[in-house]
Design a protein around this ligand. Sequence first.
Ligand code: GAL
Length: 638
Amino acid sequence: MKRTLGTCYYPEHWPEDIWAEDARRMVDLGLTWVRIGEFAWSRLEPTPGHYDWGWLDRAVDVLTGAGLRIVMGTPSATPPRWMLDRHPDMLAVDAEGRERGFGSRRHYCFSHAGYRADAAHMAGLMAARYGDRVAAWQTDNEYGCHDTIVSYSDNARRAFRDWLRHRYQTPEALNAAWSNVFWSMEYDAFDQVDLPNLTVTEPNPAHVLAFRRFASEEVQRWNRDQIAAIRAHSDAPISHNYMGRVLEFDHFALGADMEIATWDSYPMGFLLDRVPDGDKTAYLRQGDPDFQAFHHDLYRAVAACGAGGGDARWWVMEQQPGPVNWAPWNPAPLPGMVRLWSWEAFAHGAETVAWFRWRQAPFAQEQQHAGLLRPDSQPARGFVEAAEVAAELADAPDVAPVQAPVALVFDYVSQWAWEVQPQGADFDYFALCFDLYRALRSLGLSVDILPPDTATLSGYRMTLVPGLLTLTDPLRGGIAAADGMVVTGPRTDLKTDQIAFKSPMGPDIPGLDLTSVMEESLPPQGARPLAKGGAIGKWLEHIDSPEDSGEMTTDGTPTLFRRGNRVHLAGWPDTTAARRILRDLAIEAGIAITDLPDGLRIRDTGAERFVFNYAAEPRTYEGQTVPAAGVLRLSLPS
Ligand code: GAL
């Protein structure tokens, strides 16, 4: 597949007489794609029912005329001010009961039927007008960004009650499923059920988890309405641009309705804003060496679940080209990083990398955010590296991903469940998965991420299933049939979907006989050292089992149980322990590992090994120097 480049462009921000020059310069730079439209509602429908398509028609003419392919965004993330007059109750409401006001973006509540219909109507009008002129669609913009999935509005309350009615049929069934006998929380009617905020102490976790599932499904319903409106007029593939570490909706479920998965990669913004724990000083100008890769692998998996028929088409729709404006601090990337991030995405299988944005806006919220061009239209630093990537891409052999030797199962419902009842203040499902992913990557391994209902693990020499609330039936079958090693835990299969304890208590892992008789959460100062090195922190299961245990804390608690190639990890290993344990297991599973120094990371495709240096100093890989922020491409034996 041909790998391509693109950029995000806002014709409505610039005088019309520079559009043609912009388009020509994009093509000269080697860009194929331009995304437009996603925030332009106030210019497309300045007053209710009065449309001004003229400027967008001309922009589409200019851009396609220059040879660019258009991704058209639907503008529902930025409803214009008059929309609020039409629907005064459309605003999302936060957990404290405060409306999230107009004046930035994403201020709508997904459960507002009137706005949902208006947004879908707009998508349909755009599809009718541009359906045969655009090469792809993007619905909305970054669902969940700015904490916008969960809303405690009256509309959400009504929709939640309907959802409960549909799911449980009778209040008695709901009471039984949630065990509402506890604290006399039983209901006689669905209309008595409120949203789980503003309670005196914590609400019933079953209530909260149901609400989180509902909120995720509301996003799907919202998105489906836009898809249907677009599909009525256009066959072009549909995508959405996901964000980094936005976990409030099930991306696998949402992605199943679309042909392309894309995400917005801001490595340096993420480092200070979203990367869990750890010392970040070494990577202040590079971003975390594993955070982008994790999301590349995650969204490749989302794409593989998509409507594209197994093609796993995924892009980076927005790539950071220089300093951003929204992290607590916003340093400039080290020279070389804009190129490195782009190649890293291609090495993980991205079809397209598009930079956000073409020209820095000298106004409004993002005036300090770099573009490929400076506000005076001169090339910014990122432009030079974008040109380098374009030139390299023109010469590059195709970058074809292959199945990785190792897989990691990731599940959004588990994220919600452990958020609802973490039991330890720092128990964070994403962080657990990310710690283990990081350990695998420090061993030079390429990783595939899999959804929780994966039915076959065939081809994987090792699969990790950490923190999964409940093993799904398909995955249980996959584990039972797997030839490779399967490592479950910690905190896998300890509760049911309804967040009640299980009986038998389990974890019930095919091939292992385990009963967790007690679980502890451990504060940072209470980590338990392991006899073989490293420590268990945050979480420890005390398990009764006849299985072999090759690991013990120094005070005698077994922490790893195995029979053959089925392994259960009963605690959250620190960096040293995770790396040691996974290293030994990988070697046993016949996987070739490479102990990488800090900053160096590897990604294998079918024919090549890409070596990325996230360090600020040169590193050596098998006798070759990889410059700071540099990329090495090596042929792999066929
Ligand atoms: C993204 C968003 C863009 C822009 C960008 C700035 O989250 O989709 O519209 O705001 O961040 O980094």
